[in-house]
Design a protein around this ligand. Structure first.
Ligand SMILES: [Fe+2]
Ligand SMILES: [Fe+2]
Length: 234
C-alpha cells in the first residue's frame, strides 16, 4: 500500500490533470491549479453562511438549569467542530480525486457540510456558547488527512466518505439520546444533519466506495474521539 502511494505521488501530474479543463503543466502548476479550482469554487468556505433551512421553532426551550444549557452547548460545539472537519476532509479529498463526478460529489458534500456548520454556528449563538479554540486546526488537519487519503485512489477515498458518514450518523444518534426532548431546535438540527450524512454515505457507496479495512475504521474512530473530547472543552 505504501509503495503504491509513493508511486502515485510520482505520478501526481497524471492524477491531477484528468479533470475537465486541466492543462498539462508542471507538477507544481497542476497542484496550484487544482487547489485554486477547489477554493475558487468554494470561495465562500470561511464566510459565516446564512443558515438556510434553519428549523423554524417559535418557542425557545425554557432551560431547567444552567448545567442543562451548558451540556447542550458542549454537544453543539462538538458538532460544530465535526462539520468543520468534514469540510476539511472532503475538500482535501478533492485535491487528488481522479474522476470528475467524484470530484464534484466531494465539493457538493463539502458545501452541504457548510450548511450544517451554519446551523451549528447559529445554534451556538442562540445558546450563548462559543466555538472550539482549535477550529482552524480541525480544518487544516482534516484537509491534510483528506488529501492523503485521496492519494490512495477514488475507491478508497469514497470508502472513507462512507465510513466517515456511518460513524457520524452513529455519533449523532448518541447525541440525540442526550439532548433534552423539549430542545426542539437542537434536536431538529441534529436529525436533519443525520439524514443528510446518510445520503452522503449512500452516494459515496453508489459511486464505488471500497470497504475500508477494520483497522482504518478503528483509527478514524479514535481520531474522532480525540477531536470530540478536545472540542468539548477547548
Ligand atoms: Fe454534516
Ligand atoms: Fe456529510
Amino acid at each position: 500500500m505504501i509503495e503504491s502511494i509513493i508511486r502515485e505521488i510520482f505520478d501526481i501530474e497524471e492524477i491531477l490533470v484528468p479533470l475537465e479543463g486541466f492543462r498539462k503543466g508542471s507538477v507544481l502548476d497542476a497542484l496550484i491549479e487544482r487547489f485554486d479550482l477547489i477554493f475558487r469554487k468554494e470561495q465562500n468556505f470561511l464566510v459565516d453562511h446564512s443558515p438556510v433551512g434553519y428549523p423554524a421553532v417559535e418557542i425557545e426551550k425554557i432551560w431547567a438549569s444552567e448545567s442543562e444549557r451548558r451540556s447542550v452547548i458542549a454537544l453543539v460545539r462538538i458538532n460544530h467542530a465535526g462539520e468543520v472537519s468534514a469540510q476539511g476532509l472532503y475538500l482535501g479529498q478533492a485535491m487528488f480525486s481522479r474522476n470528475q463526478n467524484n470530484f464534484l460529489f466531494l465539493l457538493k458534500a463539502a458545501s452541504e457540510e457548510r450548511l450544517h456548520l451554519a446551523w451549528c454556528t447559529r445554534r451556538l449563538k442562540e445558546l450563548k456558547g462559543t466555538v472550539s479554540l482549535f477550529t482552524p486546526i480541525w480544518f487544516l488537519g482534516s484537509f491534510v488527512i483528506g488529501a492523503t487519503v485521496s492519494l490512495s485512489g477514488d475507491p478508497v477515498s469514497l470508502g472513507f466518505v462512507e465510513e466517515t458518514e456511518r460513524q457520524v450518523a452513529a455519533h449523532l444518534d448518541g447525541h440525540l439520546a442526550r439532548i433534552p426532548h423539549d430542545d426542539k431546535v437542537t434536536r431538529s438540527i441534529l436529525q436533519r444533519m443525520r439524514e443528510e450524512e446518510l445520503v452522503h454515505g449512500g452516494k459515496a457507496e453508489s459511486l464505488g466506495g471500497a470497504t475500508l479495512p477494520p483497522f482504518a475504521s478503528k483509527l478514524m474512530g479514535i481520531a474522532a474521539l480525540v477531536m470530540k473530547e478536545t472540542a468539548q472543552k477547548f
